[in-house]
Design a protein around this ligand. Structure first.
Ligand code: SF4
Length: 234
């Protein structure tokens, strides 16, 4: 398969990534704020997620994974991918951790990509316990599907799967046409352009602020927290 992505593939180059586009669409100031401030929170969960992703990237044999929870995670993730492939009737070339770009403006590192002629499957793993928006409401997976059609002319549509080994169900899927995704990709690019401007406006919300490094210092976040606490004060 031919990947038309930018020569800067493999680097984020200070540009937004698909995983942050939901936060950026809610708060245009999110991207620059996260370059100005360090993350003060616990990184243990993120590190555990990275370790589990690595087992999928390398397809570590299950017997070689010592930790019981990580082994169960890998087993369920692989089972879910197989169920998706069978349901979609897809049997093509697989690439893992592939970074794709939209016009050098934003990028995404896709956990799993499979192309079979004009059919495509992208999958994103959520390897930790927790609640995530299902595929059809998930901006990250939408952005990844946009990147796929942007970079692979042969894809006439994309099926997207969110894989949650500890969720119930363990996967959710949705499908998009090529035209829909090209339009959505242009919309997301306009949002990214607005976020790259110096002094991009900040808009506080629980979804965007939760993972923002600037939260302890941001006046808009502080106002939201104060107003929320006042609402519940007796
Ligand atoms: S803390 Fe919230 S409002 Fe402030 S920059 Fe971050 S996301 Fe935007």
């Amino acid at each position: 398969m031919v990947n038309k992505s930018s020569p800067v593939s493999g680097e984020r180059d200070g540009k937004p990534s698909a995983s942050k586009l939901e936060a950026i669409s809610l708060c245009r100031g999110f991207h620059k704020a996260n370059y100005e401030f360090e993350w003060y929170g616990d990184r243990n969960a993120a590190d555990e997620g990275t370790a589990r992703h690595l087992h999928e990237e390398q397809q570590t044999p299950l017997d070689d994974i010592d930790d019981d929870e990580r082994r169960l995670c890998a087993h369920r993730a692989r089972q879910a991918i197989e169920w998706c492939r069978e349901t979609l009737g897809i049997d093509g070339e697989v690439q893992r951790e592939l970074r794709l770009w939209w016009d050098d403006k934003w990028s995404g590192q896709l956990d799993y990509v499979e192309l079979d002629g004009g059919k495509a499957l992208v999958a994103d793993y959520k390897m930790l316990r927790g609640v995530h928006p299902p595929a059809r409401q998930n901006v990250q997976i939408l952005a990844q599907a946009c990147l796929l059609v942007k970079n692979f002319d042969e894809a006439f549509g994309v099926s997207a799967a969110l894989i949650e080994p500890f969720g119930d169900p363990v996967y959710s899927t949705c499908s998009f046409t090529r035209e829909f995704l090209l339009g959505k990709g242009r919309e997301l690019t306009r949002i990214v352009d607005e976020a790259m401007v110096e002094g991009a406006p900040r808009t506080a919300s629980s979804t965007a602020c939760k993972w923002c490094s600037a939260m302890p210092f941001c006046p808009e976040a502080r106002t939201l927290i104060t107003e929320t606490m006042e609402k519940f004060a007796v």
